[in-house]
Design a protein around this ligand. Structure first.
Ligand SMILES: [Mg+2]
Length: 383
């Protein structure tokens, strides 16, 4: 339990001076470094839902499987990260949650969520008004990435009377979450939403109130970023992922962000003369796998403290194992990218068949993530 005290102590210090911040950084990432270690030749990317967790419950022997990737002193032996299409909370918070659930020390660098690539759009939208949609803390996610003018769709919709004609029939209360805490003005909008156009809409995580969100997004997108006004040019729309279904706690799959995208697109195209334009991130987009590859390389450098480029060595890994439960998303994505990716399909989530998946066959099919780790460590001779 040593890692927990280190993590929580560091996280609880809100105001630290520069030396203390450096100390905190060293502590948070301390498990990545073993000065005398050799450069690992392989890395692992884990999907989370249906592989590591179901809801908040570890599955497939995931805690013991992950422990094998650390040495006896708690240093990371094998570079790994989580590559999930899920999200809704900042990577720092997700890393803490995963550390607690799985009983191993995980840093924010090891958590790549569906919305993580949004970080790359900061320079384009940094000072523009944007709306963040989805469960959890979508606005907090975007603010942590560096976007400056963010409103969650809950807060944005609350400033427009009657924008949702069904709100009076909804038994749940509108939760004014993150922004309200930082807005001493109470119910006054933080920004002039009645004259300032929304310049981008970001679906960060699975939308909660589909009916309201589709209505408000159609308003924003059709009216050039100003609901209730004349039609205008559609602002850019981004989705963190495009999963049609995913495995949650319920026995059969649940509708994901891809299903919401289909609903929004179908409705928008029925009421608008120009079709909806959007960009989707998340697996199986090859960009996501390339991004994971560069993060794993960064992890390796952190672990070994080697100036690889100065030594003239190649920075890349010989093999990266993708362990996932969704053939269409995890396996398809890894296979599309090819070398150095090696795909492993588990039977703990979306996929349950005896044989390999026909349309998106994996390089290896196993029952659980524990079995996958067993195979990898034997193959790499590091167990
Ligand atoms: Mg999954």
């Amino acid at each position: 339990m040593r890692f927990r005290s280190v993590f929580f102590r560091a996280a609880s210090r809100a105001k630290l001076g520069a030396p203390a911040q450096q100390q905190r950084f060293r502590r948070t990432y301390s498990h990545l470094r073993r000065p005398d270690s050799e450069r690992p030749s392989f890395g692992i990317a884990f999907d989370i839902d249906g592989v590591i967790l179901r809801g908040r419950t570890p599955i497939g022997g995931s805690p013991q499987a992950l422990r094998r990737l650390y040495d006896a002193d708690g240093f990371l032996k094998v570079p790994f990260l989580f590559l999930t299409n899920g999200g809704g909370v900042p990577e720092t918070k997700r890393a803490l949650e995963l550390s607690e659930l799985l009983k191993v020390q995980i840093s924010a660098l090891q958590v790549v969520q569906g919305h993580s690539p949004f970080r790359r759009l900061v320079s384009r939208f940094e000072n523009e008004l944007i709306v963040a949609i989805g469960k959890g803390e979508p606005a907090a996610v975007m603010l942590e990435y560096g976007f400056k003018k963010v409103l969650s769709i809950d807060d944005y919709a609350s400033y427009f009377n009657d924008i949702d004609p069904l709100s009076q029939y909804k038994s749940w209360g509108l939760k004014q979450s993150y922004e309200r805490n930082y807005n001493s003005e109470g119910l006054q909008p933080k920004y002039d939403v009645y004259s300032e156009r929304v310049k981008g809409a970001f679906v960060v995580s699975d939308p909660v109130d589909w009916g309201r969100d589709i209505q408000v997004l159609c308003d924003i997108l059709r009216c050039g970023g100003l609901p209730g006004k004349e039609n205008g040019h559609q602002p850019p729309l981004f989705f963190a992922a495009d999963d049609l279904e995913y495995q949650a706690v319920f026995p059969s799959e649940r509708l994901g962000m891809g299903a919401f995208r289909i609903a929004l697109e179908s409705i928008y195209n029925s009421i608008n003369s120009r079709p909806l334009e959007y960009t989707s991130f998340g697996k199986p987009n090859p960009f996501v796998f390339k991004n994971a590859e560069s993060i794993l390389t960064k992890l390796v450098t952190n672990m070994c403290q080697v100036k690889e480029t100065m030594k003239g060595e190649k920075c890349g890994l010989d093999t990266i194992y993708m362990i996932g439960d969704n053939p269409k998303v995890d396996i398809n994505g890894a296979n599309k990218v090819g070398h150095p990716w090696f795909s492993i399909l588990t039977r703990t989530g979306v996929f349950r068949d005896k044989n390999n998946h026909e349309q998106y066959p994996a390089d290896l099919v196993v029952d659980t993530v524990e079995e996958a780790i067993d195979f990898i460590l034997k193959k790499e001779c590091t167990s």
